[in-house]
Write a protein of this length. Sequence first.
Lengths: 68, 441
Amino acid sequence: MGKKEMKYSEALKEVEDILQTLEAEELEVDDISEKIKRAVTLIEVCRSKLEKSEVEVKKIVDAFEKAK
Amino acid sequence: MDDFLSNKIFSVLEINTAVSELINAGFPRAVWVCGEIQGFRPDRNKRHIYFDLVQKDEKSNTVLAKVKAALFANRQPQITKRILSTNGQFDLKNDIEVKFLCEVSLHAPTGNYSLVIIDVDPVYTIGKMAQSRQKIIDELIKLGIIDKNKEVVIPDIPLNVGLITAYDSAAYHDFINELQQSGYHFKVSVINTHMQGKSVEKEVTNALRYFSSSKNGKYDVIVITRGGGAVSDLAWFDNSAIAKTIASLKMPVISALGHQIDLTVTDIVSNTTAKTPTKAAMLLVEKVKCQDEYINELNLRLKDSVDEVIASGKTALEFAARKLEAVIPKILNTSASRLFAQFHRLTSLSQRFMFSHREYLNSSFIAIAQFRKVFFKQEKKKLNNYHDKVNSFDPKGILKRGYTITRVNNKIAKRMSGIKPGDELRTCFFDGEIISKAEGK
């Protein structure tokens, strides 16, 4: 969606907003589908970011542990 | 007589002869006459000697009277005998006061009146000279200046000499030769002066003033000297003006006037007296030599003491070196152990520092590692949770339960009204879409 890559926190925030909308409002089925699609995409983005950063942090920690 | 004279007519010769006879009658015997000799010119070619006897005013020195005197050859042996008896203290010459036994005579052919000398009294002249000499000495004593030049010190190295003498005389050569033979570098300036006669006073005083004036160079000493010559000529140095000039000088005067018995006033008033020019020169040479030897001795002493200082310095240095040699290892030892202790302290401090920091780092690291685990776990959980929630809203879940969604003209048909027969219905199941046509209600 975004031209520049979203930050993890931004993506997460949008997911939370979508959830809030879903919970609060009577939406059209099509709109719901759109929202869900979007939310799932965002969650995937978040997951992938999280994984990526977990790997990176692990690398750093391992390197540090090794140096120790 | 009066008649005789008034009636008598004299020829020139007669009148001269008559006057001559009168003179002879008036001076039947020879008489003593005293006066100053002037115009005395002994000439070997002439047997007779003629000169003037002059009387001067004592104060103004102007001539009051003068008379011609003649010393004929036949009287000369007698006079010579008298002169010799004074051992050279007296001689016939210009400017001296003499007492002659004379016959008064008039030479008839010339009409010249003169004194014909028969004998001389040298004692008179000697006495006069002594008198005048004593007068000068008395005056110098009275003025308190007779020893003034003796108070001036002859420099230790009197190499610059002002010489007053008759240039090229025997005295001059004796003096110069002696200085040259010494091998020392004397620098002599000569002023040529008469050493007898009336001009002595003026020439010598001028020369003295010349050498003493700083305008004319730097002189250490003035030497007045003359050779042998007539002892009687020494009287020229019994001179008040010369004596006073010497007394006024700040420069030492050495006189060497070549006499044996009596000192002239010049000698008395001078700083130092030498008997001959050679001896005057020797005196200077001796002074320089003495100083030269003294300097040589000083030189040797200096060298000795320098050697001594160097030797003692060497000993002291050697001693110090030995001491140092003994002490240095000790100093090095204590220094080394101090350094070692410092090094230890430093390493233990740095180890402690490192250790505490490592501890801190480690604990930080553990905290971070822990935080990491918790964080990712939490986040994953959160995402899963969101995922589930989102999914729970997915209409597909409802479709699975048997509900369908129907669209007419791409719009969800929520109610029956609005659907006409023949409209295309798109029914969406959980597993796909089916198209049908409305036929009736």
